[in-house]
Design a protein around this ligand. Structure first.
Ligand code: KE4
Length: 432
């Protein structure tokens, strides 16, 4: 595979941008290769600047559930751009997307749009702290809620990938207000609430963890979070930046039937443009400025292009049978992957829910950060390189999800399986 143009661009980029990338995990450091620079993408295919085309299983880390350059999204952005790209004043598009989000997400009556998941989660915990008058935030090991100071404690995604559990530059005074405890451990959760009773503002959780690889909530986990936080006046925040409109049109909270007090959203609601949001009951949201005193703002919040893309995306997701079609594809692929994995003799565990899945290179059942960390990241890196050589674009980290889209057709799924089978055979030979 010829990658000279990517190599030239990467050398140039590294002189201008830290690591040559605008988000660390894209640097492919954990999988032992240099990043490929992308020229275009269409459907489930992504093409780099050297003309190499791949089947994409990253989907821009989640937004592209309908595939790249979906015609209705592209047309909406094109049409809107001709009327102006940003007004710095409210537009009808913001009202339309807010109506769609509030109609879709069971616990959300009011919503504020921001530009990134990080902004959404940092605003949600600020609102929770203001509402309760308390400071402590509980998160879960391996979950990632963006890069705001309060969240860089045993966080997932790029932090696990790069092996940096926290980050310099985050004052101890901030970190001491964040307690990170094991995912799926209701005993530790209840014990922590008892120990810090009266001090806890909120619990923020990925209802399905996607940032230590995919880890599902065990029966009773989310129910316990809901019951205990309700009993103690603690704000429960579902970070649905990944799961929102992915696991169901109403997100994980619709799928599991558990309603948080606040929800953060991102990725899919922007259709690939920078849109995120936080929302919940009016009692809470009416405390946000200018209605209330909790300050949060953003120059490009509610940007018309991004709103137009989100509206087109959510309207397209309302097609009857769409989520059932995605589930059928995902279940078939996962079943075949499992069959191949079992036959390979490799240490492999597949976690899947809906179109979110991760193949962990471990024999352990992966139920939390500790068990996820038993995965063999060297094997994953070699698998990543095998798959790239075979024309399949995986997440450049063992601790990320891979995302199936409606644009993946049977021919693409079969090509993925053929490449996986070949890679697993190659890995097995190398470890004998
Ligand atoms: P952003 O600030 O990256 O838009 O969103 C932060 C965020 C918040 N909550 C959850 C559950 C998330 O998964 C994310 C961001 N996800 C990662 C991928 N796992 C973004 C990829 C990247 O950092 O480049």
């Amino acid at each position: 595979m010829q990658t000279v143009t990517s190599a030239r661009l990467f050398a140039q980029a590294r002189n201008l941008i830290p690591g040559g990338v605008n988000s660390p995990v894209r640097a492919c450091r954990a999988v032992g290769c240099d990043p490929l620079f992308v020229r275009k993408a269409q459907g489930c295919l992504i093409t780099d600047v050297d003309g190499n085309t791949f089947i994409d299983l990253v989907g821009s880390w989640g937004p592209l559930i309908l595939g790249h350059a979906h015609p209705e999204v592209v047309e909406a952005v094109r049409r809107t751009a001709e009327l102006g790209t940003s007004f710095g004043a409210p537009s009808p598009l913001e009202v339309e997307l807010a109506e769609l989000v509030c109609a879709a997400v069971p616990s959300v009556d009011m919503v504020r749009f921001v530009n990134s998941g990080t902004e959404a989660t940092m605003s949600a915990i600020r609102l929770a702290r203001a509402h309760t008058g308390r400071d402590i935030v509980i998160k879960f090991d391996g979950c990632y809620h963006g890069h705001a100071d309060s969240f860089l404690v045993k966080a997932g995604s790029g932090l696990i990938t790069l092996g940096i559990p926290g980050s310099p530059g985050v004052p101890e005074d901030i970190v001491k207000n964040t307690l990170s405890i094991p995912y799926n451990d209701v005993d530790v959760f209840k014990k922590t609430l008892d120990e810090r009773d009266g001090e806890i503002a909120c619990v923020i959780v990925e209802p399905v963890a996607g940032n230590m690889g995919v880890v599902l909530p065990e029966p009773g986990f989310l129910e316990t979070l809901r019951a205990e936080t309700s009993a103690r006046g603690i704000v429960l925040i579902f970070d649905e930046v990944i799961t929102g409109f992915r696991l169901a049109y109403g997100g994980a909270q619709e799928r599991f039937g558990i309603l948080p007090d606040l929800t953060t959203l991102g990725k899919i609601i922007g259709g690939g443009l920078p849109v995120a949001a936080y929302g919940g009951k009016k009692e809470l949201m009416l405390k946000v400025a200018p209605e209330g005193p909790v300050y949060q703002a953003g120059t490009l919040s509610g940007n018309p292009l991004a709103m137009a893309a989100g509206i087109a995306m959510l309207k397209a997701l309302q097609r009857p049978g769409l989520y059932e079609e995605l589930e059928t594809k995902s279940a078939w692929l996962a079943g075949e992957l499992d069959r191949i994995a079992q036959a390979s003799g490799l240490p492999l565990t597949l976690n899947r829910i809906g179109s979110l899945m991760t193949c962990f290179f471990t024999r352990e059942r992966v139920r939390d950060y500790t068990s996820a960390m038993t995965a063999d990241t060297d094997l994953y890196a070699r698998h990543f390189r095998n798959m790239l050589a075979a024309g399949i674009w995986l997440a450049p980290s063992q601790f990320e999800a891979f995302f199936l889209s409606l644009a993946h057709e049977q021919e693409h799924l079969q090509k993925i399986l053929d490449a996986v089978e070949h890679s697993f055979r190659n890995l097995m030979q190398s470890i004998k």
